[in-house]
Design a protein around this ligand. Structure first.
Ligand code: SAH
Ligand code: SF4
Ligand code: F3S
Length: 444
């Protein structure tokens, strides 16, 4: 048997890309992954198109591989993901060293594309095929599967993909296509396979994961809550999370599950983007700031200790000083445990890209003010954890001897120095210190 060829994948963007990269590696028979591009026979960049900088990075990264290609004419370079979807043809034109381009909905066709590229042809596939890629990918576990490596205790599992919401700033509906939910039976089968390989925590992924409505095992349409309750019955699976949710799809059964399902972790990423009704309307978010705040209240009534995280965009076209102050007030009212905030970046093809931009200096100033407030909140919530007991799922070794790092229920990174703690252990920890990005503790 020929020695396996080496595959180097670099992943940008959201968790779904992390999941996709794993599946692409599984789909490519005859390859094993390597952690450096230097000895690779194939380099695959799994790209993100969400903001301008994200796409620019790809071109500079490709430039870095020029010498590798010169040294090894058999090296094939591929671009996958959302930049591939949006600008595939242009990439091929601008960077002749790219042999292969594959969009997020076509990566089950990667083996054919790879063969074509090996044969010296350019291979491009950015279709939105009729067939669902998940039905054509090798099974993740069980007979007939490519031998899968051992893995850490946490995993992502895509249950829903694509978006029909069309927020005025966002490329995702164009790069990922229309909303599709995977049948519950497929999700459960994949989850059981992951648990057999040692996974104890699964994060269900979707661009609008809480809009999940997959075919149920009983023939009906299952909601995300229904799916979570089915996952809850898998022995050995200890924790369930999901991301990302849209406020308008936060259904009653899902809110209730946060109170009733012990395996569902008390952490919810619920982006609002802005606290101004005027801006929310321009963004096409289809809800008001007040509705969002009331929703958070209902979720907290079901699960009082839940940690809320969010995303914000500042400097959206038309955002005034008063609009921005509304965002600051919303943040003060909600009290976030974790947040991601961005300066608006115009994306070609989206409605907002045609509108007049806010002065970039003003936008930067707003971003700094917002980030200062969000960091203060994040720190205050972390500091409040000192003295509390949490449960930590240990994921990796720390930098110090005998140090292990894991995540609490609230997704805080927690360091513990103790003998005899192994990866995958779920242990009670008393928090003793709070640092800028993580907590420290001792076994309880
Ligand atoms: N599906 C998720 C998030 C998708 S993208 C949702 O609906 O919330 C992740 C985050 O990137 C978004 O929440 C938004 O805050 C940010 N983002 C998306 N497009 C952007 C743009 N054009 N400029 C700046 N930030 C953007
Ligand atoms: Fe983008 Fe809006 Fe869809 Fe989220 S809901 S992926 S922000 S269009
Ligand atoms: Fe980026 Fe595509 Fe995810 S644009 S954020 S990789 S869905």
């Amino acid at each position: 048997m020929a020695a396996p060829k080496k595959l180097y994948i670099k992943t940008y963007g959201c968790q779904m890309n992390v999941y996709d990269s794993e599946r692409m590696a599984e789909a490519l028979e005859g390859y094993e992954e390597t952690s450096t591009p230097d000895d690779a026979d194939m380099i695959l960049l799994n790209t993100c198109h969400i903001r301008e900088k994200a796409a620019e990075k790809i071109y500079s990264e490709l430039g870095r591989y020029k010498h590798l290609k010169a040294e090894n004419p058999d090296l094939k370079i591929g671009v996958a993901g959302c930049v591939a979807q949006a600008e595939g043809k242009e990439i091929m034109r601008r960077q002749p060293m790219v042999d292969l381009v594959v969009g997020p909905q076509s990566y089950h066709r990667l083996p054919e594309l790879e063969a074509k590229a090996r044969g010296g042809e350019k291979a491009l596939d950015t279709d939105f095929p009729e067939e669902m890629k998940f039905d054509h990918l090798p099974k993740r576990a069980g007979l007939g599967a490519k031998k899968l490596p051992k893995r850490g205790p946490t995993a992502f599992l895509t249950v829903q993909e694509g978006c029909d919401k069309f927020c005025a700033f966002c490329v995702v509906p164009y790069t990922r296509g229309a909303e599709v939910s995977r049948p519950a039976a497929r999700v459960l089968e994949e989850a059981r396979g992951l648990v057999e390989r040692g996974v104890r925590e699964i994060t269900l992924l979707g661009q609008n994961v809480n809009a999940y409505h997959g075919a149920g095992e009983d023939g009906g349409d299952w909601s995300l809550a229904r799916l979570i309750w089915a996952l809850d019955k898998i022995d050995g699976l200890e924790r369930i999370r999901f991301t990302t949710s849209h406020p308008n799809d936060m259904s009653e059964d899902l809110i209730a599950a946060h109170g009733d399902c012990a395996k569902l972790m008390p952490y919810l990423h619920l982006p609002v983007q802005s606290g101004s009704d005027r801006v929310l309307k321009k963004m096409n978010r289809k809800h008001t700031a007040e509705q969002y705040i009331r929703l958070i209240e209902r979720i907290r009534a079901a699960r009082p200790d839940i940690l809320i995280s969010g995303d914000f965009i500042v400097g959206f076209p038309g955002e005034s000083d008063a609009d921005f102050e509304d965002t600051m007030s919303l943040v003060r009212e909600v009290r976030y445990g974790q947040c991601y905030s961005f300066k608006y970046s115009p994306r070609p093809g989206t409605p907002a890209a045609e509108r007049e931009m806010v002065d970039t200096g003003v936008a930067s100033e707003r971003l700094t003010r917002l980030q200062t407030l969000l960091t203060e909140q994040q720190r205050a919530i972390q500091d409040d954890m000192v003295g509390c007991e949490v449960k930590v799922l240990f994921e990796r070794k720390g930098r110090l001897d005998d140090q292990m790092v894991g995540k609490s229920e609230y997704l805080h990174a927690v360091h513990v120095t103790a003998e005899g703690v192994a990866m995958g252990d779920l242990r009670r920890v008393r928090i003793t210190e709070s640092g800028p990005n993580s907590l420290g503790g001792v076994l309880a």
